[in-house]
Structures are given as structure tokens and as C-alpha cells.
Design a protein around this ligand. Structure first.
Ligand SMILES: [Zn+2]
Length: 114
């Protein structure tokens, strides 16, 4: 299964050059160079996508998982706590979709790409 960069329409060959970016419930794959170019254009029209497959977002996803489990497993803050728990599942779900849909099917690193 191959993934095509949303910006240049060429194939993405490994995880090293992959950036998955999310906006609401959609995820788009980019080369990291293309993402840098795309984000500059996107910023000018005020419509930015956030990268999913980087270290900070992975850390945030893990923290949100702890928050979600805390609110959903306990009675903290009552129904407000349940709502917060459900909302904190969103970044976790997006991170998992990015992994299973894009990252898992690509090799970590391919030499001699060009
Ligand atoms: Zn590209």
C-alpha cells in the first residue's frame, strides 16, 4: 500500500519523510519538505493543519490518554468530567488513525530515495 503526498502528488516512501497532518477529522499525508511548503501557504489563508506523527504530539496523546482514563474511570467533576474524558480521546484517536493508516505500512527508512 502506497501513500501519495497531498502537496506534490508523488509517492511517500518511508516514515522518515512522512508527515501526517490533521484538520478536524481528516488526515493528509505529506513529505516533510512539502509540509513545510504547504504550511506556509496554509497559514496565509488561515487554515492550518497540525502534524500528528511527531514527538510532541505523541507525548500529548499519551497525556490525554491518562486524562481520559482518569475522567471516564472516576466520578471526578461528574458529567463535566465524562465530557472532558470523551474530548480528550480525540487526539488519541487521531494519533492512532495516523499510525495504523499511514505510518505502519511504510518502512522506517529507505536509502537512496533519489
Ligand atoms: Zn510531497
Amino acid at each position: 500500500m502506497s501513500h501519495v503526498c497531498h502537496y506534490c502528488k508523488k509517492e511517500i516512501r518511508d516514515r522518515d519523510e512522512l508527515v501526517t497532518a490533521s484538520k478536524w477529522l481528516s488526515i493528509r499525508p505529506y513529505h516533510y519538505r512539502c509540509y513545510d511548503l504547504a504550511i506556509q501557504e496554509i497559514e496565509t489563508i488561515g487554515n492550518n493543519e497540525k502534524p500528528l506523527n511527531n514527538i510532541p504530539n505523541t507525548v500529548i496523546s499519551i497525556v490525554m490518554l491518562v486524562v481520559a482514563v482518569y475522567f471516564l474511570a472516576t466520578a471526578a467533576l461528574g458529567s463535566v468530567g465524562d465530557l472532558l474524558g470523551v474530548l480528550s480521546l480525540y487526539p488519541i484517536i487521531m494519533r492512532l488513525i495516523s499510525y495504523f493508516r499511514y505510518e505502519r505500512s511504510l518502512p522506517a527508512f529507505v536509502e537512496n530515495k533519489r
